[in-house]
Design a protein around this ligand. Structure first.
Ligand SMILES: NC(=O)c1ccc[n+]([C@@H]2O[C@H](COP(=O)([O-])OP(=O)(O)OC[C@H]3O[C@@H](n4cnc5c(N)ncnc54)[C@H](OP(=O)(O)O)[C@@H]3O)[C@@H](O)[C@H]2O)c1
Length: 269
């Protein structure tokens, strides 16, 4: 299988690493095109993949073309690539907010996969939601599932509107949790803990709690009840969260991100 990357930044590298680790393609069959000479050198030295600064040459005779450039670069790249794609080539986009319709028209190409990964993909703990056009064959879908699965969990959805929802949940989700870690660390400092200690305690707690959800197989609500004894300290904190409308605040935040994802998608049409 021959693969082209247009853009070899953070996410492109995560996908490249996953593909090589899982032996889905050999380094000699992968070309990464990137505008930055520093990135090209780095990716060549670290992964032995071929590198190029020529997007058109890079996609020639490749089975899969992975678009991993920033959304604001997409229009220029599409103008460059239009007319150079063969119908049997698959375009796999990870670009946030780039609609299938935009990609099909911009590239004059039908076989498109649109996906939404998240940053933990960089440590193979990602969550990626993806969908495909009807021109994508079952065999190509299997390959996409393996490529995206090489970065963590992958979920296929058969309707594109789930992608905007995924953007607001799994795509932006890591930032919500980082924000919560910041807030909890600040709270710990305010009640008197030294900052270094507070940070380690909070990060350790978040990782431990996440692992417990994963390994115990129990519902998060059940795990919460297990540590919340009546009239105890945890109950006091949860009461404060509930009084302050925490669940509704989370809903409002996710909804705002979802609406923004829809607006961005519409503006790129
Ligand atoms: N990071 C995430 O959590 C996340 C999650 C889901 C989806 N995504 C999507 O993934 C895509 C890539 O994100 P990223 O964080 O990997 O971005 P990034 O680190 O900036 O990587 C993009 C790379 O493409 C290069 N580039 C710029 N113009 C180019 C061109 N015309 N041809 C070829 N390469 C070019 C950039 O070089 P320069 O730096 O020199 O411009 C950079 O090395 C984005 O569209 C984003 O929406 C990211």
């Amino acid at each position: 299988m021959k693969i082209a990357f247009i853009g070899g930044g953070n996410m492109g590298e995560a996908m490249l690493a996953g593909i090589l680790t899982k032996n889905l393609a050999a380094a000699r069959d992968i070309t990464v095109s990137d505008i930055s000479e520093g990135r090209r050198q780095f990716l060549f030295q670290k992964y032995m993949a071929k590198v190029s600064s020529d997007n058109i040459q890079t996609i020639t005779e490749k089975d899969i073309i992975i678009l991993a450039i920033k959304p604001q670069i997409l229009t220029n790249v599409m103008v460059e690539l239009i007319g150079h794609l063969k119908p049997n080539q698959l375009v796999l986009s990870i670009i946030a907010g780039a609609r299938i319709n935009t990609l099909q028209h911009g590239l004059n190409h039908n076989a498109i996969v649109r996906s939404m990964p998240n940053t933990p993909a960089q440590i193979v703990e990602g969550v990626t939601v993806w969908t495909a056009t009807k021109e994508v064959t079952d065999q190509q879908k299997k390959i996409v599932s393996a490529i995206l699965g090489a970065m963590g969990k992958e979920f296929y959805v058969n309707e594109e509107h789930f992608l905007d929802m995924a953007t607001a949940v799994s795509g932006s989700g890591p930032a919500y949790l980082f924000y919560f870690v910041e807030a909890m660390t600040n709270a710990a400092v305010k009640i008197g803990l030294p900052r270094d200690m507070a940070k380690e305690m909070v990060i350790g707690t978040v990782i431990g709690a996440g692992q417990l959800i994963k390994q115990s197989g129990k519902e998060p609500s059940e795990l919460r009840r297990m540590v919340t004894s009546p009239r105890g300290t945890t109950a006091e904190a949860i009461r404060k969260f509930e009084e302050s409308g925490f669940s509704d605040l989370v809903y409002q935040a996710v909804k705002a991100a979802y609406e923004k994802a829809q607006t961005l998608g519409n503006s790129q049409k």
